[in-house]
Design a protein around this ligand. Structure first.
Ligand SMILES: [Fe+2]
Ligand SMILES: [Fe+2]
Length: 450
């Protein structure tokens, strides 16, 4: 935290209304910091709520793009934080989203349908842009140049994102008068929530206007009971105690090294698992969410690179069966297990298979598939590092102290307990023998067949 002694005696508490009252034409460092913090918590709330909605949105392309946007807003948090910690007041490790920001965003995004979510998303995005534009007009280009520089980083992708979000609000299913009216009413509700939000004082959590009554009885998101996925993806129920990706039912490529590309395409479910963790876990240091958001987006990217390559090679979605991501209960009660299993088993056991696949793709002259695997390998190294660093921290939140080795062994035992045919003694042994464990957990591919 920034040492405040140089600012002792100067006014530190700036009311929300006063933040926008200029000291003449100039903003002081404390004013700047307060406004940046306010923006940062909004960016963070938006990022987490987008992640929560990914699970509730059935359309594959939208899921993937939202994975990217959740990451971009997280990066905006990171850029703002970099400047905030240079200013008086800094940022405590235990600071968290102020309750009125949370309340406003929960109200704006607890919506009855994906369409309503996109209306809220567009509405909030426009409000954020207005705040950045207003702030940029107020910042002194000499005194406050480092703030201007950080804000510019947040603007790089904004038009691309805005255009995409606008396009999602031209709903093909909203042609009926009733649906159009619902959309209008939802937007009016958002306007009312925002006016209460804008009236809040930054410090004493009060507003002159009460929150409007929330009109949604049954919310579709964020975080529904079950993850949703559009019908063109035939479902595959992962069976308990089955070595991953061995069922020939899943894929027409199960006897070929190209199975690796199909495996990538399924990784949107890993992205969804991480989106659940990102949305559900609270009060961790911001650094955790920075790593997690990158990890989450990488998995959606891996799915995109797999799907793109499958399509380039002439395969279609209906030639495969697809797993689905986790729902609300699993996310709420088991996020520590989800995270440690993904990083310590799913990702850690994948390296051998991936290296062999890359070699095989080079041998068969499939350059793009080979390079795809190479990029994935470099992402996966950082993902396992993230798991090693943050997995024990997540357990610590639950009052459990474990080393990353113990956490990995427990994850392996959990997985082994799904295999009824393996004796308890063998389970103990396998949990300590990483290569033997991985051969049971996941399949080898046929590297000799293209
Ligand atoms: Fe991946
Ligand atoms: Fe990964």
């Amino acid at each position: 935290m920034k040492d405040d002694k140089d600012f002792d005696g100067l006014e530190k508490k700036v009311s929300f209304a006063d933040q926008y009252t200029l000291r003449g034409r100039f903003m002081r460092p404390v004013d700047t910091s307060a406004i940046l913090k306010h923006l940062m918590w909004q960016e963070f709330s938006l990022s987490r709520i987008i992640a929560g909605w990914i699970i509730a949105i059935p359309t594959y392309d939208q899921k993937l793009q939202l994975g990217r946007h959740a990451y971009l807003h997280n990066r905006n948090v990171k850029f703002l934080r970099e400047r905030i910690v240079e200013l008086p007041g800094g940022l405590n490790d235990n600071e968290w989203i102020p309750s009125y920001v949370r309340e406003a965003f929960d109200r704006l995004f607890t919506a009855s349908s994906p369409n309503a979510f996109f209306i809220s998303y567009l509405f909030v995005l426009k409000r954020l842009h207005e705040q950045y534009d207003e702030l940029l007009l107020k910042l002194d280009p000499v005194l406050n140049a480092p703030t201007v520089d950080q804000i510019k980083l947040n603007l790089v992708e904004r038009d691309t994102e805005l255009n995409w979000v606008v396009n999602q609000t031209f709903f093909t299913d909203a042609e009926s008068e009733e649906l159009a009216l619902q959309a209008q009413n939802w937007e009016k509700y958002a306007v009312r929530v925002w006016s209460v939000f804008a009236g809040f004082n930054n410090h004493d959590m009060s507003s002159e206007i009460p929150w409007p009554i929330h009109p949604v009885q049954e919310a579709a998101g964020p975080m529904p009971e079950e993850a949703r996925l559009e019908d063109k993806f035939q479902r595959f129920e992962v069976k308990r105690g089955q070595t991953a990706y061995t069922d020939p039912e899943m894929s027409v490529l199960s006897d070929s090294v190209k199975q690796m590309i199909y495996i990538y395409a399924t990784e949107f479910t890993a992205g969804e698992s991480l989106a659940c963790v990102y949305y559900s876990v609270e009060q961790m240091p911001l650094a955790f969410y920075f790593d997690l958001a990158r990890h989450m987006w990488d998995e959606f990217r891996h799915s995109r690179m797999g799907m793109r390559r499958l399509e380039q090679l002439g395969y279609t979605i209906d030639q495969f069966k697809w797993p689905t991501g986790p729902g609300l209960q699993l996310a709420k009660n088991h996020f520590t297990e989800i995270y440690s299993s993904l990083t310590m088993i799913g990702e850690a056991c994948g390296f051998k298979k991936k290296r062999k696949s890359a070699e095989a793709f080079w041998k068969f002259g499939d350059v793009l598939s080979a390079i795809t695997v190479e990029f994935d390998l470099s992402d996966e190294r950082s993902h396992v590092d993230f798991g090693t660093k943050w997995g024990p921290e997540l357990y610590k939140r639950e009052g459990i102290i474990v080393t990353h080795q113990e956490m990995a062994e427990q994850a392996r035992l959990r997985r082994l307990n799904e295999f009824d045919a393996v004796s308890p003694e063998d389970k103990e042994k396998l949990a300590k023998n990483f290569p033997a464990f991985c051969s049971l957990h996941t399949s080898e591919l046929n590297y000799h067949k293209y």
